[in-house]
Design a protein around this ligand. Structure first.
Ligand code: GS8
Length: 217
C-alpha cells in the first residue's frame, strides 16, 4: 500500500518550512493542509492535542509533532534517499546539538526582536548566536560538509526572516556574518529550500501588522 502523507501547516511557519524541505529533499509527495491558527481545525486539535500547534505530519493516519522530531522521523522512515542526519553517532549528536541551539537561542532572539520591545538587546544576542553558528560552519559549503543536511534545514527556514530581523532590529547580519549570508544564498539556490520557505516580503508585511497590533514602533 502506498504511503499516505499529509502536512498540517501555515505558510508563514519556519517550523513547517523545515518539514517541507525534508519532504522535498526526499521526494515525498504529500497532501498540504493550510491551517488557520485563529480557528484551528478539529483535525489539528485531534492530531496535536498537547500543544495544538503546527506543523504536524500525518503518516498513514498517525501524527508526528514538533518540527525537529518530524524531520528525524522522515529521515529514519525514508532513509534510502538524501540522508539528512550523519550516520556517525558523534556527528549525529553534534548536528542535533546545533539544531537545538537554533531552536533555543536563535528563534528566541528572533521572536524578541520581532514581537517585543526588547529588540535592541535581542539583536546583539542574535548576532552572537549567528557568529557561533558561522564558526561551526567554518569554510564548509554546508554545516554537515559537502551536502545539505539537518542543521542547514533547521536554520535556513529562518533565512527569509533575516530581512525582518535587520529592519526591525536595526542591525546588519550581512556585515557581521558574511559567511553565513553566503551559506544562506547557497541553500536558497536549492529548489527544495526556495519552494518551501516563507516569502520574505509577505513575512515582512505580516510582522509589520502584528507589531502595530502589539503597539511596537
Ligand atoms: C514550534 C511550533 C510552533 O510554534 C516545532 O514544531 O518545532 N517547537 C515547535 N508553531 C506555531 C506556528 S509557527 O510560529 C503554532 O502552531 N502556534 C499556534 C499556537 O500557539 O496556538
Amino acid at each position: 500500500m502506498a504511503d499516505e502523507v499529509a502536512l498540517l501547516n501555515t505558510w508563514s511557519s519556519p517550523f513547517g518550512a523545515r518539514v517541507r524541505i525534508a519532504l522535498a529533499e526526499k521526494g515525498i509527495e504529500y497532501e498540504y493542509k493550510e491551517e488557520n491558527l485563529q480557528d484551528k481545525s478539529p483535525l489539528l486539535l485531534k492530531m496535536n492535542p498537547v500543544h495544538k500547534k503546527i506543523p504536524v505530519l500525518i503518516h498513514n493516519g498517525k501524527p508526528i509533532c514538533e518540527s525537529l522530531i518530524i524531520v528525524q522521523y522522515i529521515d529514519e522512515v525514508w532513509k534510502e534517499t538524501s540522508p539528512l542526519l550523519p550516520s556517525d553517532p558523534h556527528f549525529r549528536a553534534q548536528a542535533k546539538f546545533w539544531a537545538d541551539f537554533v531552536d533555543k537561542k536563535v528563534y528566541d532572539c528572533g521572536r524578541r526582536i520581532l514581537l517585543t520591545k526588547d529588540g535592541k538587546e535581542a539583536g546583539k544576542e542574535l548576532i552572537e548566536c549567528l557568529k557561533l553558528l558561522e564558526g561551526e560552519l567554518e569554510e564548509k559549503p554546508y554545516f554537515g560538509g559537502e551536502k545539505f543536511g539537518y542543521v542547514d534545514l533547521s536554520l535556513i527556514s529562518l533565512y527569509t526572516f533575516f530581512y525582518c530581523f535587520e529592519t526591525f532590529g536595526n542591525l546588519s547580519i550581512e556585515a557581521e556574518c558574511p559567511k553565513l549570508i553566503a551559506w544562506g544564498k547557497r541553500c536558497m539556490q536549492k529548489e527544495s529550500v526556495s519552494k518551501s520557505v516563507a516569502d520574505q516580503e509577505k513575512t515582512y508585511h505580516s510582522f509589520e501588522q502584528r507589531r502595530k497590533k502589539l503597539g511596537i514602533e
